[in-house]
Design a protein around this ligand. Structure first.
Ligand code: MN
Length: 229
């Protein structure tokens, strides 16, 4: 046993639908601009770009149903509904053809973003870390485990604020599908069991204010809900 100077932090984890065991979170990778309409709404040409990645701390995860305090250091907190891919089998330089065999399951997540800090970072050529990776910035609903040989997820992804739909798209609109995202990312880092990948958001991102009730979902993967307070 390693002798630590103080007790290490609790292992961050995400619920798994239909079973008591939890998914231990190792790292959270996020894809930028993976839907053409969202890339355009942020002022970019989606035809030109390979996928790029940023990270959130593992302990940014929050349960669906949580009440999240409006975060400090922002006046422009944004919602981004995203498909979350949970890695169950690690690997490096994973081929596209076998990439989905590395998936433990899928879930619904929200990439909460301090958009004003992100805009400053972009303008100054600085990292996005504190715009994206703040406390409680990764609400994730229970993961849905996939069976061996299963194909990827398909269908509608949506988010509503106070019952008014703000984001709606089909997962087929992703510029880089899940298998490609895993292949690209695993060329850059060795993926490990417990890694989560947030796969980007469709158009319709926008601000959240105190008291907002946020709901969202993905076909076959259930729904997520949170309140900003
Ligand atoms: Mn995002």
């Amino acid at each position: 046993m390693t002798d630590f100077a103080f007790p290490p932090a609790l292992q961050a984890s995400v619920a798994i639908a239909g079973q008591p065991a939890r998914f231990p979170v190792r790292r959270i990778f996020c894809v930028g601009r993976n839907y053409a309409d969202h890339a355009r709404e942020m002022g970019h040409n989606p035809d030109k770009e390979a996928p790029f990645f940023f990270c959130k701390p593992a302990d940014a995860v929050v349960e669906s149903g949580a009440t999240i305090p409006y975060p400090p250091d922002t006046q422009n907190l944004h919602h981004e509904i995203e498909l979350v891919v949970a890695i169950g089998m690690g690997g490096s330089a994973i081929p596209v053809a076998s990439a989905l065999s590395h998936v433990f399951g899928y879930g619904v997540g929200i990439d909460l973003t301090r958009r004003d800090l992100q805009a400053v970072a972009k303008a100054a050529g600085r990292p996005w870390d504190l715009a994206k990776g703040f406390d409680l910035s990764a609400p994730i609903a229970p993961l849905h485990r996939v069976s061996a040989g299963a194909q990827g997820v398909q269908g509608r992804i949506w988010l509503a604020v106070n019952g008014v739909e703000k984001q709606a798209a089909d997962l087929a609109e992703m510029i880089w599908p899940v298998a490609d995202v895993i292949a690209f990312l695993s060329r850059s880092v060795t993926l490990q069991p417990g890694d989560l990948i947030m796969t980007g958001t469709p158009a319709g991102v926008g601000p959240l204010v105190l008291g907002d009730r946020v709901t969202g979902g993905i076909a076959g993967l259930g729904e997520i809900a949170l309140t900003i307070a």
